[in-house]
Design a protein around this ligand. Sequence first.
Ligand code: FDA
Length: 403
Amino acid sequence: MPAPSTAADILILGAGAAGLMCAATAGQRGRRVVVLDHADKAGAKILISGGGRCNFTNRVCTPSNFLSENPHFCRSALDRYTPDDFIALVERHDIAWHEKTLGQLFCDGSARAIVAMLLAECAVGRVDVRLDCQITAVEHGDGFRVTTSLGAFTAPALVIATGGPAIPKMGATGFAYDVARQFGLAIIEPRPALVPLRVSAAELGLASVEGLAGVALEAIARADGAPAATPGFRENILFTHRGLSGPAILQASSYWRPGGVIRLDLSPAVPPEAFLLARKRERPRAEARTILAELLPARLAQSIGAQLPAGPIADVPDRTLTALAGQLTDWRIRVLHSEGFAKAEVTAGGIDTAGLSSKTMGARTVPGLYCIGEAVDVTGWLGGYNFQWAWSSGWCAAVALST
Ligand code: FDA
């Protein structure tokens, strides 16, 4: 005789951003919801997000801010549960927030307020959240049966909300893909995204990469091979002890593929060719490298300027300055590799949207099975988009499961 099990209307695997939103919404619509998570606290990634202040959404959220094999898949969910809907929820809970830059909304205080808000919403919906719960089997017969270290749970509906493998030391796993595969759903090859990039010293024209570590500047970064419609990302880049990071690099990294090149415009505000030629006329006795330091941080100017002859800029041929300017606006850097899932903020790829309904997140071939959040092949840019996807997809699944 099978061990006695706990019966529910909906089982949600994963008490992260998407799972908690889905649970609270369905619970408040009258469904008996159980959430199962192997971690000892709910919403662990929310707690560390946005430097502890959680960049919980972005004012302007459109499909063009996401990567997916099907770029249109996320549209319906984002239209139905919008950033304004989440802002309204945050305000109902008296959580103070502010807009930082580029539409990014952060808590004034701690990200803990967002987790507390989601758990309070779950409590209103009488959701049963089980933490420290190791899932050992997921079966499907007459409904779903999940066997765990806390006993067995059954329900006619199962929601996969266990995210992706980014930052495994936080308990992130590829479990969602195992369950999805078990039910015949296809997986788009997962890859680290919003991730620092490793670059060799030679590629930077340096004896060692450490030489530039700590240098930061505004630049435009893009990955060669990104879809034509993808803009370059104009934000800060940061040279690190191992290569490149900073928001513009993280954004471009989501589009980078192994073997590929990152292209940098190091002088987006001042066209360097006109600048260098004008300075040559105005201050012919000045050192060329000194002039370069007016465009770039000193250490970077020194390193790039090493290719210029020492001495006054008047002695540097115009064509040399023009070639240098071309390098500054289109510096092509071949990346060795990314820093991998250990350092990635998010996972690109995941459960193939071709097998899911964009309205409900339900699996087309398995009635009662739903996939939400980062587990799905929908990946946002840096800036609150990944949480908005978690809220929107979680909400849509909940509504489909409770109407
Ligand atoms: P999420 O990862 O939140 O939740 C998955 C849950 O499933 C976890 O609770 C996990 O314990 C559980 N789980 C995993 N495997 C399991 C298993 N085998 N058994 C049981 N449970 C299992 N985004 C953004 O929009 N703004 C931001 O400011 C940031 N900041 C940020 C910082 C850092 C350091 C990281 C790593 C990530 C971000 N993100 C972000 C991304 C954001 O955190 C992420 O996209 C969402 O949390 C995804 O929500 P999900 O609910 O899909 O997964």
